[in-house]
Design a protein around this ligand. Sequence first.
Ligand code: AHR
Length: 487
Amino acid sequence: MVHIPSAAPAHRIDRRIYGQFAEHLGRCIYEGVWVGADSSIPNKNGIRTDVVDALRHIKVPLVRWPGGCFADEYHWLKGVGPERQPMVNTHWGGVVESNEFGTHEYFELLNQLDAEAYINGNVGSGTVAEMHDWIEYMTLDSTAPMAELRKRHGREQPWKVDFFGVGNESWGCGGNMLPLHYANQYRQYQTYVRQYGESPVTKIACGANSDDYEWTEVLMARAAEHMDGLSLHYYTIPTGEWNAKGSATDFDDYGWYETLRQTRRMEELLTRHSAIMDKHDPNKRVSLIVDEWGTWYDVEQGTNPGFLYQQNTIRDAVVAALNLNIFHRHSDRVRMTNIAQMVNVLQAMLLTDGDRLVKTPTYHVFDLYSDHQDAEFVATPTAAGTTPGALGTEGDFTVSRKDGALTISATNWGLGRELEADFELPGTATDLLRAQLLTGPAATSHNTFERPEEVALADLAVRVDGRRVRFTLPPHSVATVRVAHAE
Ligand code: AHR
């Protein structure tokens, strides 16, 4: 049995942990988000209505854009005004990027989603002046040249840029820099990310590639005072091999467990990067921002290898749940994450085909977990540590408190047997507010355009008796129970 303690000072699970990432890559922006105002696909100002409706339902708090690797070859001026200048998207398929979707269209998307902005600037192939001008264009309310240009392009008021990333993967596709070189570049570029409006731009430095602890050490030692956040990228690859990652849908028990082993490495990565950050920043002022995470498989057969289109099964749902549980445990330092990516790329929420749309199992986990956004993390004896125990060796869970109710999300990541979840509340249960289960006939179950509801949320049978809340988790499943109680 898991005993849930009474309310005690704890840290908040920042809603931005549920952030999304949308790059100019494959069919994420074009087709996935942007179809243009003249499209026969229902849209508002060029943005797909079905996609916005689905994303609003899971309360997307912010969207990182325009990349990724694309960010370091993006020149924003080509994507504003009546005459857009095309370019070649060299990282992703060598296709022509029309720049039809640019700064104005991005803010229109955010407006429709009611989400915050996280823009990633170009350090790899862009200039300091270019970054400076972009910030001025977006956020300055005056008669200065870039603000005037924005007005000529139809936007009188400045926008609010909540978060700004200074370079992406500067150790790799963003310039192949060494840590000290990037630390210097970061210090220089961020100087010109001016604070024009009332609300400050939160500056995020490019962080480490998975277990590159030296990168974190150098950045924190040399540039911490100039940053608000430091990022981290870690992808779950079933085989651990970039040149043969494994199939999204065709896997055996070994492939299942290996994938989950790889994904659970996130706990160690966060623990060790946080320990380095704690040394330089004991008050935890600088956030650790996991702005790319999720599964990365071999692309679906017959699709452009540069488009990173993959299917999404119950395995992805469990990967999402395990990572979100880990982020909750580390939410005193981890205040934003961005799953890669929002539509049609990697571990997507949504897949589209023409005017058709399917919600993936990962989408349903984000739905199941939505009540954890901005809730107080509840440290239970097992959830506080790294060893899941109370649900057996193949179970994991997370608990949060908000608006007088407790939200319990639990996953059975084993393939063999049911798990009995048994929680004791700090007071008598007064109302069962939500009880839902996500599973499928097989570990490889997934949604297709022909069978979009193969994996969907279902009611969960919960036994509530005084302070006790009990339910059964079938193999390969994720559940959420939300219960009000008297304390
Ligand atoms: O998400 C796909 C790519 O993965 C991003 O563009 C890059 O930052 C990372 O390597």
